[in-house]
Design a protein around this ligand. Structure first.
Ligand SMILES: [Zn+2]
Length: 203
């Protein structure tokens, strides 16, 4: 049983990796956006195979960077790829009702939210401060892990640490997600998209 589930998880991850390779090469599978595909998903309902938490950044269109189309992935996007209450609720819906078996948190290079957590902006906005406050532990962790790094290299590592921390927070704050992982019904991972090359580096 465990082996069967593992192969299911790995075939979904392979699909996402192959889709990303197409994106890197600039070759999108437009059939996934066809009128037929739209009709099929309308008539048969959605059965997405992956749940992706990504950043709101306009350079990170999740379906495209993962080579997916209509009905393929269930997404939550927020600045800094963090989940608050309703993001978590969306994940729980996807896991419990749609039985989505794979959850990926995707960070990206040159993320403005992570950059702002490293160098706070000079304007004030209540909710932005809250967001940066949530990202800052990942920045401190990056300083601890990579004390000699600075500039872009530091920011790159902070993005990776933040993606992992976001996944850890999701697991921490959702008992449902913890249960599904323990039952072997949900596989979780994190990754980082290089917005220049388009390449996704998986954990
Ligand atoms: Zn971002």
């Amino acid at each position: 049983m465990i082996e069967l589930l593992s192969s299911k998880f790995s075939s979904i991850l392979d699909n996402l990796k192959t889709g990303n390779a197409r994106y890197v090469a600039g070759e999108l599978d437009v059939s996934r956006f066809s009128i037929e595909r739209r009709r099929e998903t309308f008539l048969e309902g959605q059965e997405p195979h992956a749940l992706v938490v990504g950043c709101s950044d306009s350079r990170v269109p999740l379906e495209l960077v993962l080579g997916q189309g209509i009905g393929d992935i269930f997404v939550v996007r927020t600045a800094g790829n963090l989940c608050g209450t309703f993001g978590l609720a969306s994940l729980e819906f996807a896991v419990e009702v749609l039985h989505v078996p794979v959850l990926v948190v995707l960070g990206h290079t040159h993320c403005g939210a992570v950059k702002s957590a490293i160098d706070p902006p000079d304007f004030k906005a209540d909710r932005i401060e809250e967001l940066l406050y949530r990202i800052q532990p990942a920045v401190f962790e990056t300083q601890r892990l990579f004390p000699t790094l600075t500039g872009d290299a530091f920011q790159h590592e902070a993005v990776r640490v933040n993606a992992r921390a976001s996944l850890e927070m999701i697991v921490k704050y959702s008992s449902l997600i913890r249960e599904r992982i323990a039952e072997g019904r949900l596989f979780t991972t994190y990754a980082v998209l290089d917005i220049e090359s388009g390449v996704i580096e998986w954990a």
